[in-house]
Design a protein around this ligand. Structure first.
Ligand code: NAD
Length: 499
């Protein structure tokens, strides 16, 4: 059995705790490797190594740091196929999806090449007599990134890239379900010229995470994962005086107005609801057609499209629509929620509860499911299912539809499909959700904008990537400087003159 490692000071280091997590091949259900679970002592040692390496890295000029990012872009492109294969093998998503995962991470590394521009600071000449004032952005020091399983390349890169570009050292705690790609990325960063020790990968579970949260050396914590853990991490990190940004779960609604192009809406829902087996924080899991006639038309168009979806392992070619979910536990949880939907009175229009794939009977495959007549009180509506399940909630009016999305506790993404500009504008303006699509089902902002939800989808102030990431990973220091000739000319420092 292959034993994975940690990445400490630029080298693979075996775990010493004696504790391991199973890493599965979701397509076959077999355990393919063992991931070491770091002890508190191993985690503390990684933090101390990162702190030692950060001093020189933080003092390295931003352009040199940007060159590492530039080299990293080339190396990731060189190794794209190898990285995608490793990603699909542990996660289960199709190869095109794995490449998308890597590509969206890569785009943030490209954005980080602009670090010298982003870190320029501000300067006021002659703020008073002989007085100049300037603000600079300095790295926080050592930061931690605790990441989820569903985007094992993109999510770490969204945080590691900007944190490093700003001059921090990073301790990454990837998901224990698919840790291989983060380790491969760590190798590539060293090949790209990143000094050893500036980026450490500690594999583990709660013990490693709590050590990061309680460490006095860690200055900032970025977390992405489920809402209960996001809330826990935000509370503990901030109680310990750290800066924290914690991104949680989602229940994304797509509103379909009667004037929408129904074919486009159905295509969008199938891609956004079932792509990557629904294991995306921006997946659309609730469709809200306005009016019964719209609902009937939409369902009529959805059913044949969903029945055509090809569920298979990533090795089965490029026409696979989606693969297995990540673990047997996840499969059991999803099927349990589907059963609860039936018991609570929703209409299961596409039922694949007995789905099985010949030759892969032990794999974690879940077929696509479509529910109609879902209501607000049902568990399938309240809970993030994170599987290939789309719920249709029928609304009588636009007001009822927007109200549903506004009242839901999650606020990550949402979309409206309509041809009416007034309705679209009103929706974008009023909705209390962080990312909004107009005839775009998965409105994931590009690297130079920022990504983040509202309500229980995000705890903290600053978003992921874009300008916010450079703010999150730096501290502002403002210097007021007065020089002797200025004192001669202007006399004593006059605060009033600066009002
Ligand atoms: P998860 O919350 O189970 O795990 C995330 C990380 O937290 C992992 O590294 C895990 O080891 C760690 N962790 C788990 N339990 C912990 C505990 N009790 N104490 C300390 N650390 C703990 O999430 P997941 O299943 O890996 O990822 C799926 C979730 O992530 C979904 O809810 C999805 O919506 C969310 N997600 C959100 C975004 C976003 O930007 N909002 C992006 C991607 C995924």
């Amino acid at each position: 059995m292959k034993e994975l490692s940690h990445w400490i000071n630029g080298e693979h280091v075996k775990g010493t705790s004696g504790r391991f997590a199973d890493v599965f091949n979701p397509a076959t259900g077999e355990v393919q490797s063992k991931c070491p679970m770091a002890s508190a002592a191993e985690t503390e040692a990684a933090i101390a190594n990162a702190a030692a390496a950060q001093v020189e890295w933080g003092a390295t000029n931003p352009q040199k740091r940007a060159r590492v990012m530039m080299a990293m872009v080339g190396l990731m492109n060189r190794d794209m196929d190898k990285l995608a294969e490793a990603l699909s093998r542990e996660h289960g998503k199709t190869l095109p999806d794995a490449k998308g995962d890597l590509q969206r991470g890569l785009e943030v590394i490209e954005y980080c090449i602009g670090a010298p521009q982003m870190l320029k600071g501000e300067f006021t000449d002659s703020a008073g007599p002989g007085i100049d004032m300037y603000s600079m952005r300095q790295p926080l020091g050592v930061v931690a990134a605790i990441m989820p399983f569903n985007f094992p390349a993109m999510m770490p890169l969204w945080h590691v890239g900007p944190a490093l570009a700003c001059g921090n050292a990073v301790v990454l705690k990837p998901s224990e379900r698919d840790p291989s790609v983060p380790l491969m990325l760590a190798e590539l960063f060293v090949e790209a010229g990143l000094p050893k020790g500036v980026f450490q990968v500690v594999n583990g579970d709660k013990e490693a995470v709590d050590t990061l949260l309680d460490s006095e050396t860690i200055q900032g914590v970025s977390f992405v994962g489920s809402t209960p853990i996001a809330h826990y991490i935000y509370s503990r990190a901030t109680a310990n005086g750290k800066r924290a940004q914690c991104f949680g779960g989602a229940k994304n609604h797509m509103i379909v107005m009667p004037d929408a192009d129904m074919d486009q809406a159905a295509d969008a829902l199938v891609g956004a609801g079932f792509g990557a087996a629904g294991e995306r924080c921006m997946a659309v899991s609730v469709a809200v057609p306005v009016g019964d006639a719209t609902a009937d038309k939409l369902i009529e168009k959805l059913v044949p499209r969903i029945e055509k979806l090809r569920v298979a392992p990533y090795t089965d070619g490029n026409d696979v629509d989606f693969g297995p979910v990540v673990t047997g536990e996840a499969k059991k949880r999803i099927l349990g929620l589907i059963n609860s939907g039936v018991e609570q009175g929703a209409e299961l229009v596409v039922d694949n509860r007995d789905f099985s794939l010949q030759g892969y009977e032990n794999g974690f495959f879940v077929g696509p499911h479509l529910f109609d007549k879902v209501t607000k009180d049902m568990d399938i509506y309240k809970t993030e299912i994170f599987g290939p399940v789309l719920s249709v909630v029928r609304a009588k009016t636009y007001e009822e539809a927007i109200g549903l999305a506004m009242d839901h506790e999650y606020g990550n993404g949402t979309a409206i499909f309509t041809r009416d500009g007034d309705t679209a504008r009103d929706f974008a303006h009023r909705i209390n959700i962080g990312m909004v699509g107009i005839n775009v089902p998965i409105p994931v902002p590009l690297a130079y904008h920022t990504f983040g939800g509202w309500k229980k989808s995000m705890f903290g102030d600053l978003n992921q990537h874009g300008p916010d990431s450079f703010k999150f990973y730096t501290r502002t220091k403002t210097v007021t400087a007065r020089w002797p000739s200025g004192i001669k000319e202007g006399g004593e420092f006059n605060f009033k003159a600066m009002d």
